[in-house]
Design a protein around this ligand. Structure first.
Ligand code: PRP
Ligand code: URA
Length: 212
């Protein structure tokens, strides 16, 4: 569902059901990883809805069929480390030929500002449609910085996909990068004093990798 010009809420019942289990503090790391991956697959379906098609002919066992294939667009998925890594396999389930870039950012716990420690992107970004992956959009600082880095490599297009967004982060991201469509599985209530999303799901990276 389109909630504003640039923001799509993926309100599919399967996504919402899996998100509820994800939020539960009693969900194990093993199940959490699996659910993040499954939600990414379902959201990938929505985020690739506008890929252009072209007509081709194919011979079925019965007759020639005029049918469609994706019109030669190349994709790049760019997870923001660490938590974005949890979404990569789910995306590759639907688009196995995509290239993967990596951006390493962590949030300074005092200032909540992102600190970059790694960036490696496919060499041919200018030919690729890019989807940036991070389960959590909190203040928006990490997403804004990652997209700023990626834009320096002039990709054909950029989308941002998260599982939970805070209203504060959504506002900051859509103001900083109004040209970047955002896909989320939910928009939560707010940020708390420590910059955590309420009700959220806690620290996504720690829950994925079991470093709580
Ligand atoms: C988390 C999350 C985002 C960021 C969101 O990462 O995965 O990258 O915080 O917060 P922001 O919108 O306020 O920038 P974190 O910094 O905890 O690093 P990690 O994934 O390595 O645990
Ligand atoms: N990062 C997380 O992993 N969770 C939050 O709630 C906010 C930032």
């Amino acid at each position: 569902m389109q909630v504003s010009n640039n923001v799509t809420w993926v309100d599919h019942p399967l996504v919402q059901h899996k998100l509820t289990i994800l939020r539960n503090e009693r969900t194990s790391s093993k199940d959490f990883r699996q659910l993040v991956s499954e939600i990414a697959t379902l959201m990938c379906y929505e985020a690739t809805r506008d890929l252009p098609l072209k007509e081709v002919e194919v011979k079925t066992p019965v007759a020639m069929a005029r049918t469609k294939v994706i019109a030669g667009r190349k994709l790049a998925f760019v997870p923001i480390l660490r938590a974005g890594l949890g979404m990569v396999d789910g995306m590759l389930t639907l688009v196995p030929g995509a290239k993967i870039g990596h951006i390493g950012l962590y949030r300074d716990p005092e200032t909540l500002k992102p600190v970059e420690y790694y960036c490696k992107l496919p060499h041919d970004m200018s030919e690729r449609d890019c989807i940036v992956l991070d389960p959590m959009l909190a203040t928006g600082g990490s997403a804004i910085d990652a997209i700023t880095q990626i834009k320096k490599r002039s990709p054909r297009s950029i989308k941002f996909m998260c599982i939970i967004a805070a209203p504060e982060g959504l506002k900051a991201l859509t103001e900083a990068h109004p040209d970047v469509p955002v896909y989320c599985a939910n928009i939560d209530e707010r940020l708390n004093d420590h910059g955590y999303i309420v009700p959220g799901l806690g620290d996504a990276g720690d829950r994925i990798f079991g470093t709580l």
